[in-house]
Design a protein around this ligand. Structure first.
Ligand code: TRH
Length: 386
């Protein structure tokens, strides 16, 4: 039985919260036959991921999803059968009141952040009784291993990835404003927080043995890159050559198009949560920048994922990926190996890393798909209420 869902999302910063909630909305609607209403407090961020979104509309329908602006006085609505509270964003008091009055009562799911840390499995699916109201509430933890909620993957994604050929790549690059890179170039996409040692990486590429094309989507890191290149406020569509480096300033594209960019590259530098998962599905070499948190709380998250990921890698490739990811995330006390050295070692292991990436993607797919497991979880909890 298809369920009705309300998904609440507050944008703290960046695109991850809305990126995950929008993808989840699309997945539930498209693949679980669900009736989805997405409440977002930042339609501009959503529009960046989905250009059809009208930032001025209080209510609109896109891809079969009802998108409602969340802000100001909350309207009187009948709650859905399931409510997703994205990343502890809280729910409006008026909505909670309506949930309590609803019969049967709405099931409340707290969707948590993705982490590879071992404790996640023990917490996934646990009840989290509301201290004040008689509402059933559960934690739902995405994850990389059996016993967690998995990650999202569209049906047919691997087939689409496999069918993405040379013509598609050419079309993508043309749409981004560029020629397709030469076959011998190493093509890299670079999506990172501005605390990453981006210009060190560019300098390493500049002095590399072969040509590296680095595509940088519009965002905060573009400014320091422009300063490093000494090109003022050069905009999207421009490219710059320095030694063996070619920088391409590409537009920020829709979520599905971003997948294509990842598929068109040899190595993807990604960050946060959703782009990190998409890079895994892309089946290419990748470098992850974990979302930086106070007190270095993000370091264990990086190490936990590396432990899982490196299990299936030959020793030398595992050492190279660990070193590169740690340098990229400034993990460990100084002095660290210089980035150029870590990048060189990482490049030397490219074949092993490229061979392993699709193996990992297949293994991850076996864990199960998040929206499907979430829908099943909720069906089970609601079974005896009708
Ligand atoms: O934007 P992020 O840094 O989001 C982060 C993380 O989710 C983090 O865990 C959270 O605490 C913080 O936000 C608040 O990175 P993330 O998760 O990769 O989200 C980026 C989204 O943007 C993702 O859905 C992919 C999408 N994207 C595009 O659609 N087009 C693009 O061109 C690019 C570069 C990204």
């Amino acid at each position: 039985m298809a369920l009705s869902w309300d998904i609440f999302c507050r944008v703290v910063d960046n695109f991850g919260d809305i990126g995950v909630c929008w993808r989840l909305s699309r997945q539930l609607a498209a693949e679980q036959g669900a009736k989805v209403r997405l409440w977002s407090d930042d339609l501009s961020s959503l529009q960046a991921l989905c250009p059809q979104v009208d930032t001025a509309a209080a209510v609109q329908h896109v891809e079969g999803i009802e998108i409602c602006r969340w802000g100001g006085e909350f309207p009187a609505v009948t709650p859905a059968q399931v409510v997703i509270e994205g990343f502890g964003c809280g729910l409006p008091d008026a909505y909670i009141g309506a949930m309590v009055r609803r019969s049967p009562r709405t099931l409340w799911i707290t969707l948590e952040y993705l982490s590879a840390e071992p404790w996640v499995r023990g917490h996934h699916g646990l009840p989290s009784p509301h201290p004040q109201w008689p509402l059933e509430r559960y934690f739902f933890f995405p994850g990389f291993v059996a016993g967690t909620g998995g990650v999202m993957r569209e049906a047919g994604l691997f087939a689409q990835r496999a069918a993405f050929g040379d013509g598609d790549k050419r079309q993508l690059w043309a749409e981004l404003g560029f020629e397709q890179p030469a076959a011998e170039a190493t093509v890299v996409s670079l999506f990172a927080y501005d605390c990453a040692p981006v210009t060190d990486l560019l300098a390493a590429c500049e002095h590399g043995q072969t040509l590296t094309v680095v595509a940088i989507p519009a965002g905060r890191i573009v400014e320091p890159v422009q300063a490093w290149l000494g090109v003022g406020a050069a905009g999207v569509g421009r490219s710059f050559r320095r030694g063996q480096l070619e920088v391409r300033l590409v537009p920020f594209v829709s979520q599905p198009r971003y997948d294509h960019l990842l598929w068109a590259c040899d190595c993807n530098l990604v960050r946060g949560e959703d782009s990190f998962v998409r890079a895994q599905w892309a089946g290419k070499a990748m470098i992850w920048q974990v979302y930086p948190q106070q007190g270095r709380a993000h370091w264990p998250k990086l190490e936990a994922f590396l432990d899982l990921y490196c299990e299936g890698l030959p020793q030398e490739a595992a050492a190279a990926i660990r070193a590169m990811w740690r340098v990229w995330n400034s993990v460990g006390e100084a002095p660290r190996p210089p980035l150029a050295e870590a990048w060189r070692e990482f490049q030397a292991q490219r074949i092993a890393l490229e061979n392993y990436a699709p193996v990992w993607a297949d293994k991850l797919a076996e864990v199960g798909e998040l929206s499907e497991m979430l829908a099943q979880f909720c069906q089970d909890k609601l079974k005896y209420r009708f």
